[in-house]
Design a protein around this ligand. Structure first.
Ligand SMILES: CC(C)(COP(=O)(O)OP(=O)(O)OC[C@H]1O[C@@H](n2cnc3c(N)ncnc32)[C@H](O)[C@@H]1OP(=O)(O)O)[C@@H](O)C(=O)NCCC(=O)NCCS
Length: 139
């Protein structure tokens, strides 16, 4: 079988928002629709969308003030395409796209995700605080 071509798209031109919303519903559950997906991506500092043979299979986005701080959210790959390195490629591209000096935060909900992000250079924070997170996620 021929290898499929992976593209990490850096802009939002020509995105199939229905298909990307389906990726997010499949990865996270929930009811995210095309319009809200477009709205989220459209407001972010940086976005990456994984296209496999031209079809949306994953995404990630970052908020950033351009100077000091950033947060990466919404890393998702459609379950049909897990364990092919797409999540890692999306994260590497997002990190590289942020200004090199900014401090970058994210959350990891599962022990294996902590290891996944450690492999990408992240460490656990001692001083993080959060508002409106689910009860299971807070001390
Ligand atoms: C997190 C996510 C994006 C990873 O995407 P992916 O493309 O499958 O990740 P990769 O193929 O780059 O995985 C890299 C490594 O992470 C680890 N890993 C990935 N998925 C794993 C799993 N389900 N369990 C344990 N380790 C896992 C493995 O070490 C893997 O390397 P390997 O396949 O050679 O063993 C994907 O699982 C997903 O969309 N999950 C649902 C949404 C989510 O939880 N997002 C993160 C929010 S914090």
């Amino acid at each position: 079988m021929a290898a499929m071509e992976l593209i990490l798209k850096e802009d939002l031109l020509g995105v199939d928002w229905d298909r990307l919303a389906e990726v997010y519903r499949a990865a996270f559950g929930g009811t995210l629709d095309a319009e809200r997906t477009r709205s989220i991506f459209g407001r972010c500092y940086l976005t990456r969308i994984a296209l496999l043979d031209g079809a949306e299979v994953g995404g990630v986005y970052a908020l950033c003030d351009g100077e000091l701080d950033a947060a990466i959210y919404g890393l998702a790959v459609h379950p049909g395409f897990h364990r092919r390195g797409i999540g890692t490629a999306l994260m590497r591209s997002a990190i590289e796209g942020l200004p090199p000096q900014v401090a970058v935060m994210l959350t990891a909900d599962e022990p294996w995700l902590v290891e996944f992000y450690r492999e990408l250079g992240f460490a656990r924070l001692k001083n993080a605080m959060a508002l409106r997170f689910p009860e299971h996620a807070v001390d």
